[in-house]
Every structure is written in C-alpha cells, then in structure tokens.
Design a protein around this ligand. Structure first.
Ligand SMILES: COc1ccc([C@H]2OC(=S)NC2=O)c(OC)c1
Ligand SMILES: [Zn+2]
Length: 252
C-alpha cells in the first residue's frame, strides 16, 4: 500500500488508523512506562550487546528521520540475552526528537518525556530469512530504545550530527551511544510508525545519554521535504505519543 503518512495535522499519529487499522491493536508502541508498576522478573538476564565488528553502510534522511543502516548479512553485530530467545542482528538505528526542550522521545516515564529517543533496530535472523519477513512476526524484531536528555556535548554523537548533511560515511560503532548502565524495561510492542507491525520486543534502557542542545538542533536542521518540494518543512516532532497498555506487563 505504501500510503503517505507523516507527523502533521492531516497525516499524523491521530489518523494513522485510517490506513493502518493495527494502530488500534493490542500491542502498540510507544507506551508510558510507570516504574513502580513494572514487575520484577528474576528470570530476566542482562542484555549482551556485540557491536564491535559492525559495519555502517550509509546514513540517510528517509523523510521521517535520519537513519544509519548496517551490513546485516551475518551476525557481526547482534544483541542477545535479556528477554530474547535468539540473537537479533542490528539492521539500522534512527532517532525521534521534538521541536524544543522536554518533548521528543516516544516512550515516556511516569508521563515525562525526554528530548529525543534513539532506536537501534534488530531482527531475528535465526527464525526469519529477511528483515521484511521478521518485521511482521510477533518475535521478529528487537528495538533498543535509548533516551537522550540535554546537557553537555555527547563525545561521539558529533560523528552523526557533523555528517547529517552527507549521505555516505563509514566506521561508526553505535556502542558509543550506549549509556554506562544497561538496566532496562521490556515489553511486547510494535513499530512506532506505519506499518505499525506488532512485531517488536522492546528493551528500553533506564539510563539516558546526554547530548547538547546544539547537537539536538542539528537534527532539526533536517527537512521532511525533498529538495524539489516547494515548501521546506523542518524535521521535528517526529514522535508518536504513548499508546494504551491494554493489559500488557512491563518487566524489569
Ligand atoms: C525499516 O526498519 C524500521 C525500523 C523502525 C520503524 C519505526 O518503528 C520504530 S520502533 N521506529 C520507527 O521509526 C520502521 O517503521 C517503518 C521501520
Ligand atoms: Zn523509531
């Protein structure tokens, strides 16, 4: 179908259900995470992140966000452990952000949003042959969500913000975007943009990373629109608001 969707009044999250009825499904993301309602699951192991051999292949503006894609032809960069039964291969990462200060993340914590949220998207290459196939399976994807709060410059984020105007660049290890502690909340959810497939095992890290207003401002320099479009729409507020929990349990 490939229907046009966006984050504006006419094509934003409140009308996605018209072309994507699963928007009103039972495991939609993001959600508001209420820490003291999370249930302690002692069977949950720590997550294990292996990004050391990862190969970034490009950075692009897909009209909804800035996306860095990785070579996912083998298990060179995977996440495993935690709530996952298999290793999941890193496919891409991208960000969601606001237009100003405190809003911009997709998940919120007790109603509080962060300035931005990084999504590292992985797929289950043990059970599925392609990302596309995995993206429609209930255990097909694992997305690592990391909150960005404003403060000092992030030591490595400049490698993204400095090249946001370029297309090709290599050699970026997203491990440097991880916070020091990997404590997480986990729940079953979905893609947060159309097609909104309910195929995501969410792992949301509790500890945010710190980036500067200037670094965040670089994201807002991007545009939703192409060079040929007559109007220039700044890319900002590309986040979906929290969706109903519908009885799901958030584990930690
Ligand atoms: C091709 O890989 C992806 C990855 C993520 C999404 C969205 O779902 C989440 S999570 N963040 C998003 O922007 C996606 O939507 C089409 C496609
Ligand atoms: Zn995302």
């Amino acid at each position: 179908t490939g229907q046009r969707w966006g984050y504006g009044k006419e094509d934003g999250p409140s009308v996605w259900y018209k072309n994507y009825p699963v928007a009103e499904g039972s495991r939609q993301s993001p959600i508001d995470i209420v820490p003291n309602e999370a249930s302690r699951d002692r069977s949950l192991d720590p997550i294990i992140i292996n990004y050391d051999q990862c190969t970034s292949i490009n950075i692009s503006n897909n009209g909804h966000s800035v996306v860095v894609e990785f070579n996912d032809s083998d298990d060179r960069s995977v996440i495993k452990g935690g709530p996952l039964d298999n290793p999941y291969r890193l496919k891409q990462f991208h960000f969601h952000w606001g237009g100003k200060g405190c809003e911009g993340s997709e998940h919120t914590v007790s109603g509080t949003g962060f300035a931005s949220e990084l999504h590292l998207v992985h797929w289950n290459a043990v059970k599925y042959k392609t990302f596309g196939e995995a993206s429609t399976a209930p255990d097909g994807l694992a997305v690592l969500g990391i909150f960005l709060e404003t403060g000092d410059d992030h030591r490595w984020l400049h490698m993204i913000t400095d090249v946001l105007y370029m297309v090709k660049y290599k050699g970026f290890n997203p491990k440097c975007l991880l916070p020091s502690r990997l404590h997480y909340w986990t729940y079953l959810g979905s893609l947060t943009t159309p097609p909104l497939h309910e195929s995501v095992i969410w792992i949301v890290l509790k500890e945010p990373i710190e980036v500067s207003e200037k670094q965040l401002g670089m994201f807002r320099m991007l545009l939703f629109t192409g060079e040929e479009d007559d109007q220039r729409l700044r890319m900002e507020n590309n986040f979906r608001p929290p969706q109903p929990l519908k009885g799901r349990i958030v584990r930690e």
